[in-house]
Design a protein around this ligand. Sequence first.
Ligand SMILES: Nc1ncnc2c1ncn2[C@@H]1O[C@H](COP(=O)(O)OP(=O)(O)OP(=O)(O)O)[C@@H](O)[C@H]1O
Ligand SMILES: [Mg+2]
Length: 285
Amino acid sequence: MPNSAAFPSRPSQVPAPSPQAAGASAQTRPSQSVDPHAEMQAMKVHLRHLQSLASLGELTGTATHEFNNVLMTVINYAKLGLRNQDAASRDKALTKILEASERAATITNTILAQARNRSDTQEPTDLVALVRDTLVLMQREMQKYRIGVELDLADNLPMISASGNQIQRLLLNLMTNARQAMGEGGTLLIRVAAATPASPSQVELTIRDTGGGIPDDVLPRIFDPFFSTKSGPDESGKGGTGLGLAACKEIIDEHGGRVRVESSVGRGTAFVIRLPVAAAEQAAA
Ligand SMILES: Nc1ncnc2c1ncn2[C@@H]1O[C@H](COP(=O)(O)OP(=O)(O)OP(=O)(O)O)[C@@H](O)[C@H]1O
Ligand SMILES: [Mg+2]
């Protein structure tokens, strides 16, 4: 039943998945003389790899789709130019082909720059720029599901100390969950602001959706590895493994950050994440 309280109604500090909880799947296996810590580490490495592949898949998917559009334009105007041999038609066709090709070059440059600029080590990183880059990857999916994206991105924020790759994975996971929670239609709000205006030692990222919300009995489990309420991947091939938020939590922990979830059934959910500002920026403040 929808919670009638104003959203956000139920802030809660969600604890990190404990090693016990994370190793819950081990309970279903016959006990072997495997070091649970080593096994956990191996799973984390594997998870990281899967996440990189997912992120790469997003990049490739977007590039392919955009390229297809550009190619269609090139093909259609080439046909037009061949059919109509008068100078005016050929000029028009060639101009359109040139414009489309230039757009294709812009797309490749953006995608290649994104792929190159992502580090796995933590360094001063512009979170707002990362949000904008990540939105380029999610734009098509949001349009497909008629989800409006509202941005509230503060100017002149200090850099955070972060791995661009990992924070992008975090953003992709949270945006995908938000999209899936909303189904068709809805609003995704992304806000980046100084956590405390007076001493911005942390930057706050909020990803809020107008989806179905998370029931009380589900909320404590959402960061557990393999916990999912989805029956499997949706028609976009996403969701259902239950590793997305476990990875997010791990990334936040590795960055020395905190996450809080505010959710109201029938109204929506917000993930509020605080990430530390890069040391050099703090010293300069
Ligand atoms: N924005 C949200 N709104 C409502 N429920 C959510 C939201 N984000 C996460 N959840 C709940 O938390 C569960 C765990 O999320 P998580 O991303 O870890 O797994 P998943 O989305 O089910 O699968 P995948 O690992 O493939 O992303 C989801 O199955 C869903 O029940
Ligand atoms: Mg997910």
